[in-house]
Design a binder for this molecule. Structure first.
Ligand code: AGP
Length: 617
């Protein structure tokens, strides 16, 4: 998704903006640009490609101005071209603007503006916004009883706009000011020492300040060199709340790893410890959450759970479903957020609704939450970004506390979601039929998860060797059962999204109902083969694959003996409690996909076409 950076202060804006854009690269983009106010002009440098290329282009402009905006564009309206890159400048040259979102009524506005003599150089909806602000600015009276003409022209424009936006705007007549606004696209304001940095997320400004104001939908911020003010579209004043970001710039650095994905895979033991810290009862028999905003008695009345999410977060919901039904015996329904919001599914009165989202900005998950709230349901969020839209609009929830996840492919955030789902299952189960001793055993199992993941990570060198021998294949199946079926889906998604290999996840027994037609020596299968009641069933599925010359990689729990020659490669993970097994089993497939992608020289942290947070529909 697009990235936004703005700067008002005493330093040269261009260097700070370009550094911020580099830290937003993980959001996914295909072009980038900056606009600096200097020499009585709105000076723009923008081009298709990476921020690195933009920096070279920007150097030719010798930017010295101390006010500016910058953007990384993930194309929605209009192709990937220099002309469609942001910032856009109005045809009268007075307004420059960058935008994250979609203007749904842009065609009607474009027709109106063309009739007023405004011209367009791009195919984007954003340029329409830019010219509409210029139109209102030209109409605003010069003297308007102390109201800022620039601010009011933006406000008037946004009242006409349908759609979503996170925007930052410059005006030639107010050369040291920025006006910014948001509706469903994230924007935060960094309050520095004599400077202000606007950004799509904290990673772009954390190197300059940890003091931030999270803008809310419908708010407009007006930034000058000495102050900032926030008002609403209806001109109501908003008293800003300055929060402190709890993580530091080091958390957003590679720290010696080759990729953020590698770093975040190996950070998982610490991430899991952070996710569960302070969240177990004194007697050690159940989980405790501080921010659910729902009493134990209310929780006890719940007779059904509904989980909604997208992508990996949706896989985490499927594991939560399995564990809650297995241990708490309460029915759970899981739906893709993008489906739920239009399916109009019947929900019971005592349904508790969860959304799961690492970024807290995924537009489909946000929309599903708003739909559930419209129906009167209480919505809790499992989320990793403090101050994110989903975190702020939910009725309560659980922060993951795993620090920024920069790699587009989710790893530490995913296993943290698995852990929190397991903790919720424990909490609900202990409110019902789970005994004290079983609760204590479950808690001990969760506390052992970080060390079990550490032991699984010790297989990394072996998995790296295996990956080298499988990196040339172009089709994979991932097969697992019960709580490991969602991990099969997750393994397939990891491989797809960072190595561009076609991969599918299936329940292992389902393979006979069609997918086995894909099996040949050109299509390896990755099997999860845990010790337990279904071990022999999964072995049978493996034998059916082997009989058709399909290569087999088996992920087995310690102590499992496979028939000789059945698997071409075996990866062993520690045996563990059912509630922790999905977390531990995630590690080998994360590593396998990572090393295969590296072997194929793919852009692991910024895979093509993907964004870290999908904030457009
Ligand atoms: C996972 O590796 C992907 N990056 C993607 O599926 C992601 O999980 C999905 O877009 C949901 O993102 P969220 O958790 O921020 O809502």
């Amino acid at each position: 998704m697009c990235g936004i950076v703005g700067y008002v202060g005493k330093q040269k804006a261009s260097a700070i903006i370009l550094e911020g854009l580099k830290r937003l690269e993980y959001r996914g983009y295909d072009s980038a640009g900056v606009c600096i106010v200097q020499g009585g002009r709105l000076e723009v440098a923008k081009k298709v490609g990476r921020v690195e290329g933009l920096s070279k282009e920007a150097a030719r402009h010798h930017f010295v101005g101390t006010t500016g905006i910058g953007h990384t564009r993930w194309a929605t309206h209009g192709g990937v071209t220099d002309a469609n890159a942001h910032p856009h400048v109005s045809s009268d040259g007075r307004i420059a603007l960058i935008h994250n979102g979609v203007i749904e009524n842009f065609a009607k506005i474009k027709t109106f503006l063309s009739g007023k003599g405004y011209t367009f150089k791009s195919e984007t909806d954003t340029e329409v916004l830019c010219n509409l602000i210029a139109y209102h600015f030209a109409k605003e009276p010069q003297e308007n009883d102390g109201q800022n003409r620039f601010l009011e022209s933006v406000r008037k424009t946004l009242r006409h706009v349908e759609g979503t936006y996170g925007i930052a705007v410059l005006c030639l007549d107010f050369p040291d000011q920025i006006v910014a606004a948001r509706k469903a696209s994230p924007l935060i304001l960094g309050v520095g020492d004599g400077e202000y940095i606007l950004a799509s997320d904290a990673s772009a400004l954390i190197s300059r300040t940890q003091n931030v104001v999270y803008l809310k939908d419908g708010e407009i911020v007006h930034i000058t060199p000495t102050t900032f003010s926030i008002t609403t579209l209806d001109q109501e004043d908003v008293s800003p709340v300055v929060d402190k970001i709890t993580w530091t710039i080091e958390d957003a650095e590679l720290n010696g790893y080759a990729h953020f994905m590698e770093k975040e895979i190996f950070e998982q033991p610490q991430a899991l410890e952070n996710s569960m810290r302070g969240r177990f009862s004194e007697d050690g028999s159940t989980a405790l959450f501080g921010g659910l905003n729902i009493t134990a008695a209310e929780f006890r009345q719940i007779d059904r759970f509904m989980f909604c999410a997208c992508g990996s977060a949706w896989h985490a919901c499927l594991v939560a479903e399995h564990l809650i039904e297995r241990f708490a015996r309460v029915p759970v329904e899981v739906d893709y957020a993008s489906e739920f919001r239009y399916r109009n599914s019947p929900l019971d009165r005592d349904t508790l609704f969860f959304v799961v989202s690492q970024s807290g900005e995924t537009i489909d998950t946000l929309a599903a939450m708003r739909e559930a709230k419209r129906k009167g349901y209480r919505v809790l969020a499992i989320n990793n970004v403090v101050g994110s839209t989903i975190a702020r609009e939910a009725d309560g929830g659980v922060y993951q506390h795993v620090g920024p996840e920069i790699g587009v492919a989710s790893t530490k955030a995913f296993t943290s979601q698995l852990l929190i789902g397991a903790m919720i299952a424990l909490y609900v189960a202990r409110q019902r039929d789970m005994s004290f001793s079983d609760g204590v055993q479950y808690v001990e199992a969760l506390k052992s998860a970080p060390n079990l993941v550490r032991r699984a990570l010790e297989q990394a060198p072996r998995i790296k060797e295996i990956a080298k021998r499988y990196s040339h294949y172009n089709d994979f199946l991932f097969l697992g059962r019960l709580s490991l079926f969602p991990i099969a889906l997750e393994g397939a998604l990891k491989l797809k999204e960072i190595s561009y290999i076609h991969a599918e996840g299936y329940p292992a027994a389902e393979m006979k109902h069609g997918p086995i037609a894909l099996i040949s020596e050109n299509c390896p299968s990755v099997f999860f083969v845990p010790k337990g009641e279904i071990f022999n069933k999964v072995v049978s599925s493996m034998q059916e694959i082997k009989a058709r010359k399909g290569p087999v990689i088996a992920i087995v729990t310690e102590g499992c003996e496979l028939p000789p020659g059945l698997a071409d490669d075996v990866i062993t993970i520690p045996e563990c409690h059912e509630a922790v097994l999905p977390i531990v089993a995630s590690v080998p497939v994360q590593l396998l996909s990572y090393y295969i992608a590296v072997e194929r020289k793919c852009d692991v942290d910024k895979p093509r076409n993907l964004a870290k947070s999908v904030t457009v529909e």
